[in-house]
Design a binder for this molecule. Structure first.
Ligand code: UDP
Ligand code: MN
Length: 273
């Protein structure tokens, strides 16, 4: 358990965290992120979007990048954003690239611990699969299979690996790859790494997307998990955690944050009541 509130400067200084978002999610999904885990990794985290937003820029200390990719859920638009995320990462001096969606909660100290276990000089593709079998595709009339890390659970790549990807998928070329295999951004990343570069995904089960039932994650293991997610569709899928009521905290991220960091400023008030 993490009783002491981490100071963002000490954690994850080598990491570049990208949050993929879109204009219409700025006011619905981003506020809870900005109130919670973003506060622990303000310097490391950047929002990649498709719309100019003065307010977002102000509340994130200017950590917003307008990719100029189209604001649609199309494969092309998503590959376009991922491609910009990777290109911008290479312009930094950071050792690790970690991508998450705007419905992810990142457990900042746990991510820091994970990355300390791997040397970024090596080629590392760290993430969680969400298919029971590797993906099978037909490329040049040959069947090939490969694994990919689910983008919606978050995944991390070492700088060495992103540098190897650059001649193949850098500078916007990830879009062409997505077009060629007709698959989404996270699958395209897996295709480049596993199929083209022959580097294997290292499975890290502590990344979580809303493709899994969030309520199955046990409270006593929350602090070891790297990411969480939610979906509020017809059948809500959220982390099972006590705290704020469902109206104040429909995503459960505020409650989760206060469970992990009881002395965070947004939690202290609650504890006093
Ligand atoms: N997204 C986007 N453009 C869109 C729709 C979604 O960039 O037009 C992003 C969204 O912000 C999120 C990710 O894509 O980070 C996945 O979207 P969502 O959670 O809505 O759908 P899912 O694929 O998880 O069902
Ligand atoms: Mn989602």
């Amino acid at each position: 358990f993490q009783p002491i509130l981490p100071v963002d400067d000490d954690l994850l200084e080598k990491v570049f965290i990208t949050v993929k978002t879109t204009g219409r999610n700025h006011l619905t999904r981003l506020p809870v992120i900005i109130r919670t885990w973003f506060q622990l990794a303000k310097k490391q985290t950047w929002f990649f979007t498709d719309t100019n937003d003065q307010h977002l820029s102000q509340v994130t200390g200017g950590h917003v990048i307008n990719t100029n990719c189209s604001a649609t859920h199309s494969r092309r638009a998503l590959c376009c954003k991922m491609s910009v995320e990777l290109d911008v990462f290479l312009e930094t001096k950071k050792k690790w690239f970690c991508h998450v969606d705007d419905d992810n909660y990142v457990n900042v100290p746990a991510l820091d611990e994970l990355l300390k276990m791997y040397n970024p000089i090596g080629d590392w593709y760290l993430g969680r699969t969400s298919t029971p079998k590797p993906l099978q595709i037909r490329a040049k009339s040959q069947k090939t299979t490969f694994w990919f890390a689910t983008g919606g659970a978050g995944f991390c790549l070492s700088r060495a690996l992103v540098l190897k990807m650059a001649p193949i998928s850098g500078n916007g070329k990830l879009m062409a790859i997505g077009d060629r295999i007709g698959l989404p951004d996270d699958v395209s990343v897996g295709y480049v790494i596993e199929h083209l570069l022959k580097i294997q995904l290292t499975r890290v089960e502590q990344f979580h997307s809303h493709l899994e039932p969030m309520r199955l994650i046990k409270k006593d293991l929350f602090n070891e998990q790297l990411t969480f997610s939610y979906s509020l569709d017809n059948e809500p899928n959220t982390v099972d955690v006590d705290g704020f009521n469902e109206i104040t905290d429909p995503t459960r991220f505020l409650s989760l944050h206060c469970f992990l960091f009881p002395e965070a400023s947004s939690c202290v008030e609650k504890l006093k009541i």
